[in-house]
Structure formats: C-alpha cells, structure tokens
Ligand binder design. Structure first.
Ligand code: BG6
Ligand code: MG
Length: 212
C-alpha cells in the first residue's frame, strides 16, 4: 500500500520548466547554437551541467571547462531573474487540490528535484513548508535517471521505496522512479514514454485514482 508521494518540481508543481527553456534559449542564441523545444525536452530532470552538454551537442566548437562554467552561470542568472516573477499564481492547475487531498488522506509528501534552486522556488510559490521532505540538486551527486534523489526522499520520510509513488514530467524522472522501485506516475511531457506505471493528464486524475 502506498504511503508517500514524491513530486518532481519543475514542470509538475510549477511552470518553471518554461523558464528553464527561455534561459537556455537565451544562452544558445548568444552562442549561435541551435536549440528548440524538442531538445529542451531532453533537459527535463537532468542536472545543469548535463543540460549544457546536451545543448553543446549542436555546436561545432569545443568548450573548455571554464567556458562551460561561464555559460552555466549566465543561464542560471537569466533563470534567477525570470524566477523573480514567480508567485503562487504559477502553481500548475489542480496541484493545490491534490496536495490538500493527499494531506487529508494522510499520505506523506516530498519533493524530489534535480534543481539547486528548488527551495527558492518553493518559497516563492508559498509551498516551502508543505512537504515532509525536500531533496534537491544540492543533496545528490548523480541526477535523474539515477534513483538517488527519490531514495534519499524515501529515507528522509522513513518509508520503504516500494511504498512510494513519484509524479514526473521527465523521461529521466520516470526512469529514476522505476530504478528506485517506486510507482512511476507520468504527467505532461512524460506521458509519451511507455515505461511509466500510471499516466495522468492532470492532477485531478490522481484524486480519482486514489478514490477508486
Ligand atoms: C530540473 C529540471 O528540475 O532541474 C532540469 O527539470 C534542470 O531541466 C535541473 O536542468 C537543474 O536545475 P537548476 O535550477 O539547478 O539549474
Ligand atoms: Mg520536471
């Protein structure tokens, strides 16, 4: 029986996935590197450095480690500026109802995000104190598809991985959830991938599922 639900953050709880796209697009345009929404889908769930490496596949130039650092700093600065606009209004539709429902049903809830900016985002959208555990890019060496972020979250909640479900918009996140031995629930972009255990169009579908 499920006891805990672990949420990805960017693209599941809040629309920051689009801010990541806009910030990387500015960096890519500055460098004259081709970048589009399809390439951006490959960046979902993976770390900042891995995201950059994927974008640089489209560049003929070889970037040194310090140039890569500069590009990541540039992107993160643009991203942080975009985050300044972020507020409760950016919480994706149905998420607050789902959180309230799960809380009422006594499920434990966690955030499992690859982002080093996760706590800043949660603070800005007013959800910093809404979870039993928050595990983010600062807590892990290997980002998704490695299971680490979700296993640490389960451990922090003191719940066995097999009693956890993960809600993800990223292929890397679905793979990570499966590798952790958890129920993998795909939403938005992730529904394209067959590996998930459950596919939902919107958070309310999960309320229906748990009410069955
Ligand atoms: C994930 C995003 O949540 O965080 C990725 O899906 C992003 O696209 C990763 O690269 C790292 O984010 P940040 O905020 O640490 O640069
Ligand atoms: Mg995501």
């Amino acid at each position: 029986m499920l006891k805990a639900i672990i949420f990805d953050l960017d693209g599941v709880i809040v629309s920051t996935d689009n801010y990541h796209y806009r910030a990387w697009k500015m960096m890519a345009d500055k460098e004259g590197i081709y970048f589009d929404r399809e390439i951006n889908n490959r960046l979902r769930g993976v770390s900042r450095l891995e995201s950059l490496e994927i974008i640089l596949e489209c560049s003929p130039k070889n970037y040194s480690e310090s140039e890569k650092q500069n590009l990541m700093e540039y992107k993160n600065q643009v991203y942080l500026n975009l985050l300044d606009e972020l507020s409760e209004k950016d919480i994706l539709p149905g998420i607050l109802d789902l959180l309230n429902f799960l809380k009422e049903k006594k499920y434990l809830m966690a955030i499992g995000s690859s982002s080093k900016n996760a706590k800043k985002i949660l603070k800005q959208i007013g959800l910093l104190n809404s979870f039993d555990a928050i595990v983010d890019g600062n807590d892990i060496d290997r980002s998704k598809p490695a299971p680490d972020v979700f296993l640490i979250a389960a451990n922090k909640m003191n719940i066995e991985p097999s009693k956890c479900a993960v809600i993800e918009d990223a292929f890397a996140g679905i793979k990570a959830a499966k590798a952790a031995g958890m129920l993998a629930i795909a939403i938005h972009n992730a529904v394209k991938y067959q590996d998930a255990d459950l596919f939902i169009e919107e958070p309310n579908d999960l309320i229906q599922y748990f009410n069955k």
